[in-house]
Design a protein around this ligand. Sequence first.
Ligand SMILES: [Mg+2]
Length: 428
Amino acid sequence: MKIREMHITPIAIVDPPLLNAAGLHAPYALRIIIELITDNNISGISEIPGSEKIRNCLEESREEITGKDPFNLTNIFKSLESKFSGVDNDIRGEQSWDQRVLTHIFSAIEVACLDIIGKETGRRISDLLGGTVREQVPFSAYLFFKHKGAGGELGFDIDPSASGWAAARQAQALDVEGIVAQGKAMREAFGFQSVKLKGGVCAPEIELECLRALHNEFGNKVPLRFDPNGVWSVETAISYGKEMEGILDYYEDPVRGREAMSRVRKALDIAIATNMCTTSFKDIPESIRIGSEDIILSDHHFWGGLRASMHLEWLCSVFGRKLSMHSNSHLGISLAAMLHLGAALKELHYAFDTHYPWQEEEVIKGGKFCFENGFISVPKGPGLGVELDKEALAKLHNNYKRCGLMHRDDEIEMQKVEPGWKFELTRW
Ligand SMILES: [Mg+2]
């Protein structure tokens, strides 16, 4: 079996004006859809975060991919590694999202190849990863401070005919009342049993007040997590962290860097999680030596694929860490991959993060996945178990061509609302 064709389609998906430590989400989030087609006409698909740099590297990787056997992943990875390692391709960046090229490309190719292997063998990807341990995967509500607006062409305007969560998603949430209303609407629509608040946006006392209000509203049975994306100082993280003991289930990247994280971790009686300080296998030795976190939030897009995430679980269990899942704005192909990983992991201690409720569009046949009590069922079909909707893909590619965005830059978007606003490594 050989890979005969490789299709790379950049897309843009409508994203509301969500705030985070890096600034503001643009009206569209960028993704890339990859389709590999074999000489016996099996199609394997994947989805990764989009940028011109990653798209160009994917284009350049075409000759390393075509003609290869999709079962021979190690050899494909070796040839990609020798082509792209070094230079500036291995730099993660200071933002909450990972910008390394190789891990993105590994993930894109691995998931598409596993989709092909699953279809060829009639097995689900979760089976290929070691077996399906569970048929449903839990997700957490993901709350954001946000401006009023629906994103996309509406930008900061809203569609007044929207109802239910589609209406709530458009509402402003810049204070305690807004955040609690958003949390209630999201839980009512999707049944989430854990709640995350994205922080690093307002002054720490306001964010603490929001967490207290969410805890009061939902009670002890709804675990709360909070993520200021590393923009708090060690002193701020510890003094506010003391107030969060007994409220938070975990405290995610309160500060920047493993050393600072380990200081905060030692000072507090709260589990510390990261998707920013321990982000690759080469970080693990120091992470263990200095004790920088309790929970590693993997992301198959950023750790080099689903099999790498399975290896990470094994390493985590050896060293007393727990594993859960980070998320960026995404559609159903990424979600399907997350579901297969969630199905195959030995233990699930925490509900996965997902931005999925913030998006209304979809690129797979049959429309969006449904949540039931905060869980999504693992697709039943072979491979990923989802099929590319070519019409939807063309529409989302049109979004990409029209929106003019080439990479994610939340600082520039923020400056449209607050002229002169600057991203700071440590804000509070
Ligand atoms: Mg995070």
